[in-house]
Design a protein around this ligand. Structure first.
Ligand code: ADP
Ligand code: MG
Length: 399
């Protein structure tokens, strides 16, 4: 496990100022948040620091104001929602540095929480300008990063600050980094990866990275069609990227060399039109797809075989649904395999980590998100991690 400091390394903080990077980029409708998962994720961190006596200053971005003040993107819009989740009153501070911040810190008592303005109002944030980071850091005693979802960005608030103040991972960051380390960093083997979703082209780097890391690579969704087509299987009208035949073959060769078994479905669920429960719905062997049919899910025999693979594995990392899960009954394979993974996890034989926007939605649809070892809600950062890239926000904490 790469070492980073956590809140466990902090004692009494009475009167100290903790600058805490959190993700408050909440989806909003009619002036209030429609989903406060991101605030809930950082609740422990914020309250723990406050309970240790710190004056907690929350630092976050909201939207894409591109380095200029924008009255439609003030972080003050989420003040009420954040306060409600934390169960505390919060002071909004319309700057990130300077006399207004200094005066506000003077007003806050130990254990109080302040919310700084949208850090992306200043160009120094996304440019990761050291002067800008130093200006913010001047107000704090410690820096805590609890926003894994933006750790793939080297910005002043996600990376730069760690060079100017003693830096700590917040509880949510700590949980995420530990889960990811258990999944691909130092996993128990054998490791299986499920990669699904619509297109191979959006996940080429993920596939290339995984073949060298895992023992079983399970490919589903539209991506499986591209691989089947590359093997010479007629996939009819299925979503498939025929121009990626060479790439798919290269990935299969790399897997062979690395000792990674690629699993493609034997049977599939097809239809002539993409609609819920279409009359043309049928299940067939992959070699029996008609010219006017499209593959919309992997079949029950494939799911059974994959469940057997998971039973032999100790670790699973999952990104991307196995079928067009938003439309019935093309969620069946995803739901069934997710339930198997959840049960194995609950039995203690599997460590399961999943992430990706649609993947999280699919696991929720299956009702098993809570039974996985860890489900990451960090879309972009999770995918970059699956590509094997260094995350600047994490690297700065590890130092
Ligand atoms: P994530 O957001 O978890 O990274 P993706 O965005 O890559 O996942 O992929 C999810 C999308 O892939 C879903 O909209 C799903 O309907 C689509 N999909 C999966 N299988 C198929 C298929 N066989 N044909 C068409 N679309 C598919
Ligand atoms: Mg998606």
């Amino acid at each position: 496990m790469p070492s980073f400091k956590t809140l466990d390394d902090l004692g009494d903080l009475t009167g100290k100022v903790a600058l805490v990077r959190v993700d408050l980029n909440l989806p909003m409708k009619d002036g209030s948040a429609t989903d406060v998962t991101r605030v809930e994720a950082s609740k422990d961190t914020i309250l723990e620091l406050a309970d240790k006596g710190a004056k907690v200053l929350l630092l976050a971005h909201y939207g894409r104001p591109k380095g200029a003040r924008n009255s439609t993107m003030s972080v003050s819009f989420v003040q009420g929602d954040v306060g409600a989740v934390l169960g505390r009153e919060i002071m909004f501070i319309p700057e990130v540095m300077g006399p207004v911040v200094e005066q506000s810190i003077g007003i806050l008592r130990p254990g109080d929480i302040g919310l700084l303005e949208n850090v992306r109002f200043w160009p120094g944030e996304e440019a990761n300008d050291p002067e800008f980071a130093r200006g913010i850091a001047a107000h704090g005693d410690i820096y805590v990063n609890d926003a894994f979802s933006v750790s793939h960005r080297a910005h002043a608030s996600t990376e730069g600050l760690a060079h100017h103040l003693p830096a700590y991972a917040g509880r949510s960051m700590e949980r995420e980094l530990k889960a990811l380390d258990a999944a691909l960093g130092n996993p128990q083997t054998p490791v299986a990866a499920v990669v699904g979703g619509a297109k191979v082209s959006s996940k080429l780097d993920v596939l290339s990275h995984l073949v060298g890391k895992v023992q079983h690579l399970i490919i589903g969704g539209g991506m499986a069609n591209t691989f089947l087509a590359a093997r010479g299987v007629a996939v009819g009208k299925s979503l498939a990227e025929h121009d990626l035949t060479a790439t798919a073959n290269r990935i299969m060769d790399e897997a062979d060399h690395a000792g990674c078994t690629i699993h493609l479905p034997y049977d599939v669920v097809v239809a002539k039109e993409f609609a819920a429960n279409p009359p043309s719905l049928r299940t067939c062997n992959v070699h029996e797809v008609a010219e006017d049919e499209m593959i919309l899910d992997i079949g029950p025999l494939a799911v059974e075989a994959l469940a057997d693979v998971l039973k032999t594995c100790r670790t699973l990392v999952w990104n991307g649904p196995l079928g067009a899960f938003e439309t019935e009954p093309f969620d069946e394979a995803t739901v069934a395999l997710a339930k198997t993974a959840a049960a194995l996890t609950q039995d203690g034989s599997l460590v399961s980590v999943a992430g990706g926007g649609d993947t999280v939605a699919a696991l929720n649809q299956a009702g098993v998100a809570g039974d996985f070892s860890y489900v990451s809600t960090a879309g972009g950062a999770f995918l970059e991690w699956m590509e094997g890239r260094d995350l600047p926000g994490e690297a700065a904490l590890v130092g």
